[in-house]
Write a protein that binds this ligand. Structure first.
Ligand SMILES: [Zn+2]
Length: 500
């Protein structure tokens, strides 16, 4: 939890390439060196060639938002990532405009100048009858275990991405059409003289807001400022507008860009004793969104992976293979840091020419499903791993049921390894309040991380890594995949709509 505190309260949030991301990276390097780990470094990777555009440094330096007529109401909100500021306080009346099509643009042309535009209809807030947080039941785990056919259903949907209003239309487009349309849409707000755009998150209530994507494409310094606000405030304002009560809002948003588009992954090692060239990798993504402090997503996974290294190092265990830590940047922008690492070290999925490092790789273990404890593991379609994981879970049955499912899970960094035929695994974790409260939300903060669950995860993952580093053979692999040409490859990662 001390590691979590540093990553959240102290340095977070860690939006990729933001000043806070870099400060946290420097802190992690210092901490890992203090533990006596080897080859500790920030391994750089460039974002200038990323298909969705280079990632500049960006941070929020100030935000205030309020309704000032018909009466005062402070608005809970957060500027959208990489949005530009308002250049001082701006005051305007509210207009509503959902831009899904060219016809929408024609309809609203000339009517939005100087307005603050709400871009989606009323947020639906059904009475929350389900518990806010939950753990897997015995029955749910059994259902997972008895599945026969790998499926991607375990993956969490890309919450970051498109706004509610445009979702259906955008979802029907190809990635190329979507990019072209969104560029047109961005220019539309600017060309029409809109002061700023406002969205409510598709889920979340009681003051929680879930972030609505990023304004990074094109030249973000020229995009119309945009803010995501909590649904109840959004709805009150819209209801006033619908009943023709004059509403005035005031926003003051300060954001700051910098030109450093080079990112990094945090690397550290415990060298192997007899097979130092063979590698077992443990990791998580280090970056986060900026709505909260990136606590369950994914300071939790990063802290667990760091703690695994601390445990193994402090016990001074002799392990045949090198155990390496990888904390990835750019995951939220499409698994970019782990993909860059895999491409540089193991194989480019577009050409599939494996390196010597690829031959020497054993396996990768990832944590990125929040604070919930480990209840099992996804085989990722690799049935050969079942007896191995069964044996590894056997002595841990007092800590976890150790459910093993053939299911694939997606949306996070083990996929970068899986794509080039390397064993990469994500654990089955209790959901807790990940989907209802914390994942990509303004309430993803230290308090939502559960100390007992964190300790359990670190112990189990340390055991798994130790076992992988000391078993006679490397982990068995699925067949080497065929080369995946660029367009298909990007589509397979969700078109850069963001990671888990
Ligand atoms: Zn994540």
């Amino acid at each position: 939890m001390d590691l979590v505190w540093n990553l959240t309260d102290r340095y977070g949030p860690r939006l990729t390439n933001s000043p806070q991301f870099r400060e946290a990276g420097d802190w992690a390097v210092g901490q890992l060196k203090e533990w006596g780990l080897a080859n500790v470094k920030l391994e750089p990777w460039p974002t200038k060639d990323v298909p969705s555009g280079a990632i500049p440094g960006w941070q929020v330096k100030g935000y205030s938002g309020a309704m000032i007529a018909p009466s005062y109401m402070p608005i809970i909100g957060v500027p959208i990532a990489w949005t530009k500021g308002t250049d001082g306080p701006v005051t305007g009346e509210v207009a509503t405009a959902t831009i899904d099509t060219q016809a929408d643009m024609d309809k609203y042309h000339g009517k939005l100048k100087g307005k603050i535009v709400f871009t989606a209809p009323l947020a639906e807030l059904p009475f929350p009858s389900a518990p806010l947080a939950s753990r897997y039941t015995k029955e749910q785990l059994e259902e997972l275990e008895t599945e026969l056919i790998p499926s991607g259903r375990g993956g969490r949907g890309g919450a970051a991405g498109v706004g509610r209003g445009g979702f259906a239309a955008l979802a029907a487009m190809t990635p190329e059409e979507r990019t072209a349309f969104q560029e047109k849409q961005r220019n539309f707000w600017k060309d029409e003289g809109v002061l700023l755009t406002v969205t409510a998150s598709a889920r979340g209530e009681s003051g929680t807001l879930f972030g609505g994507g990023a304004a990074r494409r094109g030249d973000p310094t020229q995009n119309t400022p945009s803010v995501s606000i909590t649904a109840e405030h959004y709805n009150r304002i819209l209801r006033l507008v619908e009943r023709n009560v004059p509403v005035k809002l005031q926003f003051d948003i300060k954001t700051e860009f910098d030109n450093n588009t080079e990112s990094f992954n945090v690397i550290a090692e415990i060298p192997g004793t007899t097979k130092p060239n063979e590698v077992v990798l443990v990791g998580a993504h280090f970056d986060s969104w900026h709505y909260g402090t990136g606590a369950t997503d994914n300071a939790a996974g990063s802290a667990v992976a760091m703690e695994v290294m601390r445990i193994l190092k402090s016990l001074n265990l002799k392990m045949d293979r090198t155990v390496r830590l990888g904390l990835w940047g750019g995951e939220e922008e499409g698994l970019l840091g782990s993909a860059a690492y895999v491409k540089q070290h193991f194989a480019d999925p577009e050409t599939m020419k494996p390196t010597a490092e690829h031959d020497n790789f054993s396996g990768y273990f990832n944590i990125d499903n929040g604070t919930g404890r480990i209840r099992g593991i996804y085989l990722q379609g690799n049935e050969m791993m079942r007896p191995i994981f069964e044996a590894w879970f056997a002595p841990l049955k007092d800590m976890t049921p150790g459910a093993i499912t053939i299911r694939d899970t997606g949306g996070t960094d083990h996929q970068s390894f899986d794509r080039v035929g390397l064993p990469g695994f994500q654990f089955v974790q209790d959901q807790m309040d990940y989907n209802t409260r914390t994942h990509h939300s303004n309430m993803d903060v230290y308090d939502r991380v559960q100390p007992q669950d964190m300790a359990q995860m670190a112990v189990i993952e340390a055991m798994f890594v130790y076992n992988a580093a000391t078993r006679p053979e490397k982990l068995p692999r699925k067949d080497l995949p065929a080369a995946q040409p660029a367009a298909g490859g990007r589509g397979g990662r969700g078109g850069g709509r963001g990671g888990n």
